[in-house]
Every structure is written in C-alpha cells, then in structure tokens.
Design a protein around this ligand. Sequence first.
Ligand code: NAD
Length: 427
Amino acid sequence: MSEALSYVNPQPASAWGTYLSQVDRVVPYLGGSLTRWIETLKRPKRALIVDVPIEMDNGCIAHFEGYRVQHSLSRGPAKGGVRFHPNVTLEEVMALAAWMTIKTAAVNLPYGGAKGGIRVDPQKISAKELERITRRYTSEIGVIIGPQRDIPAPDVNTNAQVMAWMMDTYSMNVGGTASGVVTGKPIDLGGSLGRVNATGRGVFVTGREAARRLGLNLQGARVAVQGFGNVGSVATRLLAQAGAIVVAVQDHTGTIHNAKGLDIASLLAYVRTSDQHGVAGFAQAEPMDNEDFWDVVCDILLPAALEGQITVARAQKIRARLVLEGANGPTVPEADDVLQQRKVLVVPDVICNAGGVTVSYFEWVQDFSSFFWTENEINQRLDQIMMNALSQIWNKADQHKITLRTATYAVACERILRAHAERGLYP
Ligand code: NAD
C-alpha cells in the first residue's frame, strides 16, 4: 500500500484520519472486553480499485478509476452509496464507508458499511457515456456486491436512473432480476415510496425530539438553514408545518433573511423556477452577507449542504441552542468542542440524517418480499426507528455525560464489536 493509501498512518487532517480519531474518542465508553476488538473498526474489511474503460462518443477509449470499499460486514451485508466526482479518492471512500458502518449500527439496521465512487466529472460527459461508465463499473464491482453481500445506493451525482442501470447490469450478469442489489431505484423497478423525503423527515423527527428534551417549543422556534436541496428543503418544510419560523436560508446562490419568517411553500416554488435554482432574489426576504448567516438570531441551526461548514470561528458566534446535522460532516472536530463548551446541543449526522438509509433498508426488505408498503406505513416505521435510536443514544450520553456524537459512536461501536466478538475469528 502506498503512503497515501495507508489506513494505519493516515494524514491527520484526512477524512480517514478524522474517522480514526472519532473511534479513539469512544474507547473509554466501550465495555472492557469489547476494546479487544477495536482494531477491526480501524481497517476496511476490503477495498477494491477497478479500471473502468469505456468508448467515448467520439470513438476514443477513456479509462476512469473506480472504488468500492466494504468497511464492515459484521452486522450484515454492506450498505452505502456510490458517488461520481472528479476528486473522489480511495481514502475518502474508506472514510465514507466507515461512517456508513457507524450510521447503520446507530439506527440498528442489520447492515455493515460500504461506499463506492468513480473519479469522473459527470458535467463533462454525455448521458450515454454516463450509462456506459455506470454499467462497466457495476460489472467490475459485481464480484463483491449483491443483495446479500453489498447494496449500493445513490450519493453525490448519482440518482434513481443510475441505480436502474446498476440494477439492470447486475441482473443481466446473474441472469435474473435482482432488484435488491441497489436501493434508491425508480418506484417502477422496486423503489420505495417515501425514499425521496426520508432523510429530511428523519432530520425533522430527531430535531423535534431533541427540541422537546431541551424544553424548546417548536411553535415559534426560529430556524436558520444552510442548503435547500433534498435534505434541507424537506426538513425545513416539516419544521415550518410544526410551527417553526424560518428566518434565514443559505444555498449556493446566496443567503436570504426575514426575521418575521419566510413562506416556505412560496420559497420552494421560487427555487424550482428561478434561473439559478436557488434562493437568491426571493422577493419576500432581504439578501444577507453569507458570513452573517452564522450569527443570525435563531434557536435551531440546520446545516444541510456541505461538510466542514461549522468551523471554530463560526462555532463561536452561532446563536442557536440546537444544531441539526442534516449534511454529512458539517462540523469540524475542534468546532464540536467549542459548541459543547457553549452548551449548544448538536444532533450528529450519523443519527440525524440516518432516515435515508433507513428507508433504503425498507426498500430492500420490500424487494425481498415483493410486497410494497404504503407511504404512511413507511413514515410510521421510520419515525419509530429514529425515535428509538435517539432515545438509546440520549441515555448513553446522560449516563457518561458525553456529547450526543460520542454517545452515538459508543452505541454503534458496541453493537458492531459485540457482533464481531460473537461471530469470532475465522479460521
Ligand atoms: P442537494 O444537492 O439536493 O442539495 C444541496 C444544497 O446545498 C443545495 O441547496 C445547494 O444550493 C446547497 N449548497 C451547495 N453549495 C453550497 C455552498 N457553497 N453554500 C451553501 N449552500 C450550498 O443535496 P442533498 O441530498 O440535500 O444533501 C445535502 C447533504 O446531506 C450532503 O452533505 C449529503 O451528503 C447529506 N445527506 C444526504 C442524504 C440524502 O438522502 N439526500 C442522506 C444523508 C446525508
């Protein structure tokens, strides 16, 4: 393994380095006999690098590099998305796979964790080239994926259409219809109702419960949101329906502010039709400087855009009492400590945004039984799983006087290591 790929001595600031330090933080809170198995969390179970050659529309042959990492299979088949991005690296995919192991264990789904990626800029290729890349990649990773082995899903720059191609390619290779090999498929091909709203709904459900425990009434609570895409817009709509006042929204086009509250239905309609598909220029609000967003007067802050947004400097000025991490990794580790000192409660990503993988699990279960649930049934089961998970994590945090993030890792790591210890080593 080259130095850049080393999983034992990673670069300290790398995603994999961050993950390792998060695991180190929970060791004191694990049962004594489990720490014996801790190394197992610090290494991916298996990492595959594949060459993805395709014929481009102009007749040239181009090669793309693809990855699929299975971090853990201790609790069940591996589960995690596939991203298409020019900057994807094996090391990043390793960290994302490990975080999936933590997330699936935190909500107690019978899965391990995985992630995949291709180093490609989807903006620079045609739809046909995208399909060829997807199909060849699926064929190459076909040796390790499967409905009982590893189940990919959409992630950055991949969607239901990409999942349909993956499902079809895998199915052609095995000579049957294997709907359960991916989740996030179109409804026609065995996708689940409720999947599109699931992550935002999970953010809302965990946020509502955290607010209740804090004694913060959602009726009239002021909310500031970064990211008004799939996760941010759904969570915001549900918070507004529960009586919250959305005072600021920031996205890639800028920041808008209205201390009296934004009308979310009008904002959603505006974003859909505006030139840049963003919030900038919305008439019923004032534009605001992007940096001023971070000390806007609010009770709940919802980062639902990018990683690394809550830096130490921003953590020092945040006015909210509650931060709901809709995005993956929005808070840098040092800022986490600042928020803790300032008594700002953070519901961490690994539980807050786990609604998406939970409904992916429902999709997989429905595919196996070829019996499909109503959206109402899905939402009820989702709410129940999210509430149970948060309650167990809250108890752990109270018991050890630790943050919800460390408590989530402790609950998840205990489940993973217990399963590993019960299975034992082979041979
Ligand atoms: P999306 O593409 O639908 O929306 C992203 C939003 O972020 C958009 O509103 C965009 O304008 C905004 N944004 C982009 N760059 C920005 C910038 N520089 N400053 C401010 N805003 C910016 O994506 P999504 O599916 O809503 O995902 C958002 C986050 O949630 C990501 O971190 C993703 O990994 C995480 N997440 C998503 C899901 C899911 O099911 N979609 C599940 C778990 C976690």
